[in-house]
Write a protein that binds this ligand. Sequence first.
Ligand SMILES: Nc1nc2c(ncn2[C@@H]2O[C@H](COP(=O)(O)OP(=O)(O)OP(=O)(O)O)[C@@H](O)[C@H]2O)c(=O)[nH]1
Ligand SMILES: [Mg+2]
Length: 425
Amino acid sequence: MDRERCLIVAVQLSSDNEENDMEELEQLVEAAEGQVISSVIQNRQSIDNRYYVGQGKIEEIANYVKELEIDTVIFNDELSGSQIRNIEEIVEAKVIDRTNLILDIFAKRALTKEGQLQVELAQLKYSLPRLIGLNNNLSRLGGGIGTRGPGEQKLELDRRRIKEKINDIQNLLEDLGKVRETKRKKRMKDQIPIISIVGYTNAGKSTLLNALVESEYSDEEDAEHKKVFSHDMLFATLETEVRRVTLPGGRKAVFSDTVGFIKKLPTQIVEAFKGTLEEIKYADLIIHLIDINDDNLQLHKETTTKLVEKITGKEIPVLTVYNKVDKIINEKITTMSTNDIIYISAKNKYNIGYLLETVDEKINGSKSKYSLLIPNSDLKSYYWLYENRKTDNVEFTGEGVSLEAVLYDNEKEQYGKYITGEDNE
Ligand SMILES: Nc1nc2c(ncn2[C@@H]2O[C@H](COP(=O)(O)OP(=O)(O)OP(=O)(O)O)[C@@H](O)[C@H]2O)c(=O)[nH]1
Ligand SMILES: [Mg+2]
């Protein structure tokens, strides 16, 4: 099928100095498999109540639509039902707003039952106050961007039935949430710390998780099976994925990768994806991953920080990690990593070891390498260390097993009687 021909429209408010808004909107359209033919930006003091842009501008847009054979006009903010109706009276094309566009991408990406239900819930909540506008829109212009996904036929239902449906889905999601809670409780019982990788969409979160998976498995094929989807595309990830990783000292941790953030993330999505997003709440540590080449780095960083604060509602330690340093030719920056700010390349696996060392230290405290001699009468201590801590130079002697092992500070005492030396590398 030919890609839908789209015209994108944004208002640049004099109050904010956002740049590259159009670039992001274009990427969103691409993620929805549309083709951006042209774009219109209007500088304004405020959004127009009737047409989003001014009346003159909307008439101009109507002309472009005819000239350029545009199928769909996409607006960079959420529109009200009446704005949609008003615009449709003038512009002969399908009218889509930013929320609807993002919901559409989510609908295409949702693979699990829970993901699909979350998207449907968000779509229903979005459509409820816009039934009339959307219905006109649909019956006149048919499918494509903004009309896909489980919400499709539901738009024809009346309000009451939509509300019932919203209720049903909320109940189903609650049940699915319980399943997740059980899994989480098990992890907590096993006392495995959780590290959540969060960040703006396309920062490289999934690539980082895959780099960590690779560090975990020596066999390439095993690693391949554990990898998650990563792609140069906004919202490649929609579900939370978790992977177990061994930290340098030998203790295990669980890293999670979840849906990326974006500015003006529709409230319907934040609400509907509460279950998925709230996983971050249970993290022991948050890795805030940032694309160091991002033109809107500061704004995107703040967007993520604010959303994380809103979702977790509490202070969780954050480790700031700048990614994609391979793209900048600045050797200084790559040697600047500290305990709180780390520079990596997830793609080239640069500094991943340092990142893991830092995470280990933050979660488990300090550790050291010791030489130990474990008597044959306590071989089980040896086996335990061999399985659970980083060990080296193992030798079986008449007196027992001599080896080097990493011990965390809080377990030094337990093995104190076997320690024959400390190795301060
Ligand atoms: N050059 C370079 N590209 C990277 C690096 N890390 C990730 N990328 C690329 O950035 C793009 C996005 O990566 P993902 O891992 O899918 O990003 P994400 O944060 O999971 O994105 P969403 O799931 O869409 O929110 C992909 O094309 C990656 O190959 C890196 O260190 N260097
Ligand atoms: Mg991802």
